[in-house]
Design a protein around this ligand. Structure first.
Ligand code: MRU
Length: 353
């Protein structure tokens, strides 16, 4: 395991620091974020990315927003916070954690008696969001590790490790927890075109953790499954509908369909806060479309014919019927998902008071 834990989001001396994920693995550069605009740019340009990490960054951005407003009365102050909150929440559309974190912050601010008190409460909430995320991920890891075989191949997609969270990771956290328990599965991580979260970030994290893994191009997954080299697939989630339909990085759906046709268990790993019971099915989930440049360029170098049109959906929805189980901090949930997920969400809210 790494001597130093990867911690991509920090708050030091009143400033938000983000490890710029657009530059990894070549460069480890920390960005100092001191304006709401800079934070929104960092989220939109994926300098910070991964659903839980975006949520934590958003909670700290609300602290920056609070510090930037001055108003004579609390009600004026809140009315100025409102549009800023809306802009932060709109930075990326698919991951539920962004809007969730902003909404929680707005509620906390509304409960304060003065801007100073609101600022203090928002900072405490951001610190709590960050600490809770790491604790939650460790629980997901423990819950999911029992499904990981001692040997055999485990395939994961995109990056769901410490970099995508406040620390430890979700799907990659399960792989890590299994490894910490002494299990020794063979890890395959997909490249994850076009942004290369797998090649650039998951591969880097595996190397940092000392967990041997093999990087594959996305299109190699089906072939490896057909050869019996994959025993299970575990991926993360950006938003889980009440019926279990799950939005995650583009390519997840293809992996799930392949898994079903090869009889391979397909697991989703996410904190219970990623479950959006306000969304009945995956049909209602907004899928982010990202700029064509991500597809036609690799590291600033054009690879596609000039003049070609591009479609770049950044996420897809995997229907619940393809999912063997959803692993959260609350346990391992199986179909029918609706009741299991609603109960788990309800229990979590009750525990939080
Ligand atoms: O576009 P990204 O890199 O933010 O997408 C990340 C994913 O799709 C992850 O699988 C998901 O957010 C879960 S991260 C623990």
């Amino acid at each position: 395991m790494p001597e130093e834990e990867i911690e991509p989001i920090r708050w030091e001396e009143g400033q938000l620091l983000l490890l710029d994920q657009t530059l990894l693995p070549e460069r480890q550069k920390w960005l100092t974020i001191d304006t709401v605009e800079a934070a929104i740019e960092a989220i939109r340009e994926m300098r910070v990315r991964g659903a839980p990490a975006i949520g934590v960054a958003a909670a700290y951005t609300m602290v920056i927003a609070a510090a930037s407003i001055s108003a004579p009365t609390m009600s004026t102050w809140l009315s100025l916070l409102d549009p800023i909150s809306g802009r932060i929440a709109a930075a990326r559309p698919t991951a539920v954690n962004l809007g969730w974190a902003v909404q929680r912050s707005v509620e906390v601010a509304r409960g304060a008696n003065s801007p100073t008190e609101a600022h203090e409460r928002l900072l405490a909430l951001a610190h709590k969001t960050k600490a809770d995320d790491v604790a939650t991920n460790r629980r997901i890891g423990r819950n999911g590790a029992q499904l990981i075989p001692n040997k055999g191949g485990i395939l994961t997609h995109c990056n769901t490790g410490a970099l995508a969270t406040a620390g430890y990771g979700t799907a990659l956290g399960i792989i890590r927890a299994a490894w910490e328990q002494g299990k020794r599965p063979h890890i395959f991580c997909t490249e994850t075109r076009p942004w290369l979260q797998g090649a650039r970030l998951t591969a880097w994290e595996l190397v940092q953790m000392g967990i041997p893994g093999e990087l594959i191009v996305d299109s190699a997954a089906g072939w490896l499954m057909s050869r019996g080299e994959v025993s299970a697939i575990v991926v993360g989630a950006d938003r889980i509908a009440a019926n279990g339909d799950t939005a995650n990085k583009i390519g997840t759906y293809s992996l799930a369909v392949l898994a079903k046709s090869h009889n391979i268990p397909f697991y989703i790993a996410a904190p219970i806060s990623t479950v959006d019971v306000g969304v009945a099915t995956g049909e209602e989930i907004v899928i982010e479309e990202r700029p064509p440049e991500e597809v036609v360029n690799v590291k600033g170098q054009r690879i596609a014919a000039e003049g070609i049109s591009v479609r770049n959906p950044s996420f897809d929805v995997t229907p619940a019927e393809y999912i063997t189980a959803i692993i959260t901090d609350q346990g391992i949930h199986k179909a029918p998902y609706e009741r299991a997920l609603r109960t788990a969400v309800h229990q979590t809210k009750a525990m939080a008071g």
